[in-house]
Design a protein around this ligand. Structure first.
Ligand code: CA
Length: 495
């Protein structure tokens, strides 16, 4: 019989006692932990004060860090909205789940919400879905069409559509709380709350816009990165603050006479004022939901997660979007609070990916990870127990080229210390030593001294490609992309 440490024993004793007290299988099921999963769109970790933000304060999101665990190294496996959302729901890489670009999630793809329902959970989904097909596996859902609108948004469900008055972040929060208040009480809940904010073009509620209008935001060290020594991808991109922010983005004409670096600085301020004001709205929403959990006495038995579908450049490398495998755009904030399981104020450095989310939900529900999923549950990390055979590298692949912002197709490997990126259409490589160069400014790919580490990383990349089943380079040719777009082309979503 495997040995049981004291913690396991206490847990076992606790569960046994619950079963006795509850006295029925139904009551026992209702005592299983709830999961409240809050995800925003394009919220970079470095715009959360719990992650050491230099540019803003997020006191409510920070409550999850002080009351729980801050994961320092969780990454998107394909850093854009639709593919990341598909990966979160399926636990699979883009080349496996069939969503490499902005194409609909195939309707026959098993999703974690259906599995949570089958496990006896009541499930709900509100807000930005962006998967080009209706949600499956949710007892209650109401979503924005495509990107949705910031102001007076329309949302729809299987019964029809409704136009709301107000800011999208407030509307989504109201609907989410309404669903939770009306939920059945004999089941635990699995609730996904997906904000549109702070996605481009960053329209905050007026109360937050007013608070940020005159603030001066510190500039990132790499705002004027000269891209020396890098592959052509970063020179060819069209997501530069200086060149590519539009009048719609900055919402007012620049002061007369501004040019060059001064104009870039002005655009950065306008961009960040609106972006951070949108983040403040999301932070307020998190506060409302956490307060509600407290009021209802649900906080102790609920795993609360806050994350974003990927990261975002906040002027880092002079940029404002995502897609690149660089840290700022690929890292997902991931904060988890779960009293009794997660010791307050902890951090975790394990290398996690968005394929891990679905297995995590399932383990909380007492279900094993299906063999078709490509991630692993984070629950043991949350509970402070090291997983000895955990991954020490992960595979990344971005396909949408040509696509928005002219970002070059790329794949690569990140380890705990290094990153190797291959821009396969350009046949150019970048390699970074993250221990010495965390801002990824010095490409060491061609350095003679780096050749042993480059060779090791190439071998690891080949191993990972085999492990995740990307040896045939599915979707490497654009003509192989699944047909039908989410944002362009035929739109299969209702209405
Ligand atoms: Ca996104």
């Amino acid at each position: 019989m495997p040995s049981m440490d004291r913690r396991d024993f206490v847990n076992w004793l606790g569960l046994g006692a619950c079963a006795l007290v509850a006295g029925s299988a139904q009551a026992q099921a209702a005592r299983r932990p709830n999961i409240l999963y809050m995800m925003s769109d394009d919220h970079a970790a470095h715009a959360i004060s719990a992650y050491g933000s230099r540019v803003n304060q997020t006191p409510n999101i920070d409550r999850l860090a002080t009351g729980g665990m801050r994961f320092n190294h969780i990454y998107a496996t394909n850093s854009i909205c639709t593919p990341s959302r598909a990966t979160i729901l399926t636990g699979q890489y883009s080349h496996v789940n069939g969503v490499p670009v902005f194409n609909p999630l195939p309707n026959d793809r098993p999703v974690v919400s259906e599995m949570m329902q089958a496990a006896g959970y009541w499930t709900s989904m509100v807000g930005k879905w962006h998967l080009g097909s209706d949600p499956r596996g949710f007892d209650q859902w109401e979503i924005l069409p495509g990107q949705g609108a910031y102001v007076d948004p329309m949302l729809y469900n299987a019964q029809g559509r409704k136009k709301y008055t107000g800011h999208c972040t407030d509307v989504v929060t109201d609907i989410a709380l309404g669903f939770l208040k009306d939920r059945p009480r004999d089941k635990p809940f699995f609730s996904m709350v997906h904000h549109k904010a702070p996605h481009r073009n960053w329209i905050p509620a007026e109360r937050h816009a007013a608070a940020w209008r005159d603030k001066v935001i510190p500039e990132p060290d790499t705002l004027f990165d000269d891209y020396a020594g890098r592959a052509d991808a970063i020179r060819n991109q069209k997501q530069s603050i200086a060149r590519d922010l539009t009048p719609t983005d900055v919402k007012q004409a620049p002061p007369a006479g501004l040019a060059g670096d001064d104009l870039t600085r002005w655009k950065y301020q306008r961009y960040m004022q609106d972006y951070l004001a949108c983040v403040q709205g999301v932070d307020e929403s998190v506060g409302r939901i956490l307060d509600w959990l407290d009021t209802e006495g649900l906080a102790d038995n609920t795993l609360v997660i806050y994350t974003s579908d990927q990261g975002f450049f906040l002027g880092d490398h002079g940029l404002f979007d995502k897609r690149f495998m660089y840290e700022e755009s690929d890292q997902m904030p991931f904060l988890a609070r779960w009293p009794g399981h997660i010791t307050p104020n902890r951090q975790c450095d394990a290398l996690g990916i968005n394929c891990d989310f679905a297995p995590t939900f399932l383990e909380v529900a007492g279900r094993p990870t299906p063999p078709t999923m490509q991630g692993r549950s984070l629950v043991q990390w949350m509970e402070g127990r090291k997983i000895e055979d955990w991954r020490d590298s992960f595979y990344y692949r971005y396909y949408h080229d040509p696509g928005d912002h002219n970002t070059a197709a790329q794949y690569g490997v990140r380890t705990n210390t290094h990153k190797l990126i291959y821009f396969w259409r350009l046949d150019q490589w970048e390699c970074y030593d993250l221990t010495k160069d965390p801002k990824e400014l010095r490409n060491i790919y061609h350095d003679p001294a780096a050749q042993p580490v480059v060779a090791k990383l190439k071998a690891e990349l080949a191993r990972l490609k085999k492990e995740v089943g990307d040896t045939e380079d599915r979707y490497a040719r654009n003509e192989d992309w699944p047909k039908g777009g989410v944002d362009g082309g035929p739109r299969p979503i209702r209405p």
